[in-house]
Design a protein around this ligand. Structure first.
Ligand SMILES: Nc1ncnc2c1ncn2[C@@H]1O[C@H](COP(=O)(O)OP(=O)(O)OP(=O)(O)O)[C@@H](O)[C@H]1O
Ligand SMILES: [Mg+2]
Length: 445
């Protein structure tokens, strides 16, 4: 280990330096706090053994400044008789251990052994983490755009905590995939990932799915059923379409989350709850709260961390990569050799509005792979009706080009007039006039 010894007494420094040097450590010494900070900033140490009482900067202050530079450094503090209080202060500020003077060298050796062991475990953990991060990347989750990079970094930051996560985003933006990513990057990845869609399940069915039931709980309950919560024990439960949960079930769910335990329907043995909860919705829950169809208290319990997945049209950088990925995936699946997508077709894909987001892109690409005659996917293989044709400016009237451009921006913004006007750099009323003047009509999909 690389060790720095800080003491204002020369005899103490040479005693320690001699002893630890013989044990094979690389040693540096400093006669004051200030000197120590300087040396440390220049080279960095695994361990700093430091006297508490020094003129000018004392041990505590020096420790604090050095920790600021490198929080990973270990500190062992040396204290004189009757100064337990200052040892406590040093421990509180992150010292690893302390030793009373005169120093018992055997004791020091033991402490160093413990530090070495701890550093090893620490290193292993770091390696594991790196591996998880690798899996994470090698998974075919495509996220090159800045927006999705942001999502990924948030996911990797929060995955290891147990906080509830709410995934928001339009249909097909990848909520399901992100929920699985969170699970596989968490310390729960050895446990199960259980997903349940709360959409379109009648109340009683949803509750028996979630909580399970005992035999005879209701007519037709012929044997005990284990619910999803129980199956997800030590793992992750993913409640999809959480906005569709009936209000009465919301009350039960809230109680479960407050008590960390629940009973099967018709049962009275409490079952311990150790699950991480991830929910997803593409509805506006705030609106549902105002309407009284979603409980505000439940909302706050579920929504500790929010991750919003941007619609595909707001991250067009990802479109080409996703398309290539899906071509690869489906040509392998169908045993076809397809080189890729023609340049013009790719432009079309990038300009399209993608109301169904990544799922729509995946479906369209799959279809194109199946229909494709040659080894290059062409426009004819892609049925994207409402796409405005590309502008070939050379032999067009100015008005024609303007009309086409307006149409394209309107389609891309989903006919949001304010956004479209802003992007076109004109006033909304001007945009309205032009829409009327050119007879532009809204294409409904
Ligand atoms: N970033 C991505 N990289 C690769 N594939 C993706 C990505 N995002 C989504 N997909 C794929 O797109 C499809 C839709 O994704 P997913 O089911 O996760 O969306 P969702 O938001 O849960 O949709 P819904 O709201 O309809 O349930 C899936 O087949 C998924 O594999
Ligand atoms: Mg989904």
């Amino acid at each position: 280990m690389h060790i720095l010894i800080v003491d204002d007494e020369e005899s103490q420094r040479s005693l320690l330096a001699g002893f630890l040097g013989k044990k094979g450590h690389k040693i540096a010494t400093a006669g004051s706090g200030r000197e120590a900070i300087g040396i440390n900033a220049a080279s960095g140490f695994d361990l700093v053994i430091m006297d508490m009482k020094m003129p000018e900067l004392d041990g505590i202050e020096t420790l604090e400044r050095m920790k600021e530079i490198d929080p990973e450094t270990y500190f062992v503090i040396l204290t004189g008789y009757g100064t337990v209080e200052s040892a406590v202060q040093a421990m509180k500020r992150g010292a690893y251990d302390y030793l009373n003077k005169p120093i018992n060298l055997d004791e020091l050796e033991l402490i160093i052994e413990r530090i070495l062991k701890e550093k090893d475990t620490h290193r292993e953990l770091e390696m594991l983490r790196a591996q998880v991060d690798d899996n994470f990347r090698s998974d075919t989750f495509i996220a090159e755009s800045p927006k999705m990079q942001g999502v990924l970094s948030l996911v990797s930051r929060i995955a290891r905590s147990d906080s509830s996560v709410m995934l928001l985003g339009e249909s097909g933006t990848g909520k399901d995939m992100v929920a699985r990513l969170i699970h596989s990057a968490s310390r729960r990845k050895g446990g199960r990932f259980i997903a349940i869609s709360c959409a379109a399940l009648p109340e009683t069915l949803l509750e028996s799915e979630l909580f399970g039931y005992e035999r005879g709980a209701f007519s037709g309950a012929e044997k005990r059923k284990i619910g999803k919560f129980e199956m997800a024990h030590r793992g992750t439960i993913f409640l999809d379409e959480v906005g569709d949960i009936p209000v009465s079930t919301q009350v039960k769910l809230l109680r479960v989350l407050q008590d960390f335990s629940f009973e099967r329907l018709g049962g009275n043995t409490p079952i311990e709850l150790d699950v991480r909860l991830i929910t997803a919705t593409n509805q506006d829950l705030k609106k549902k709260i105002i309407e009284g169809t979603f409980r505000e208290d439940l909302f706050y319990r579920l929504n500790v961390i929010t991750i919003t997945l941007p619609p595909l049209r707001e991250r067009r950088e990802d479109i080409k990569l996703l398309a290539d990925h899906f071509v690869d995936k489906y040509s392998k699946k169908c045993g076809r050799v397809i080189k890729g997508i023609s340049r013009g077709t790719l432009d079309k894909l990038v300009r399209y509005r993608w109301p169904g987001n990544v799922r729509e892109l995946e479906n369209v690409t799959e279809r194109a792979v199946v229909l494709c005659r040659g080894d290059l996917i062409d426009s004819a293989d892609l049925p994207l009706e409402d796409l405005p044709a590309p502008v070939h400016a050379a032999d067009r009237s100015l008005a024609g080009i303007e009309k086409e451009h307006i149409v394209r921006v309107l389609v891309e913004t989903g006919w949001n007039l304010s956004t479209a006007a802003e992007r076109l750099g004109i006033h909304r009323n001007t945009l309205r006039t032009k829409i009327r003047q050119y007879g532009i009509e809204k294409t409904v999909r």
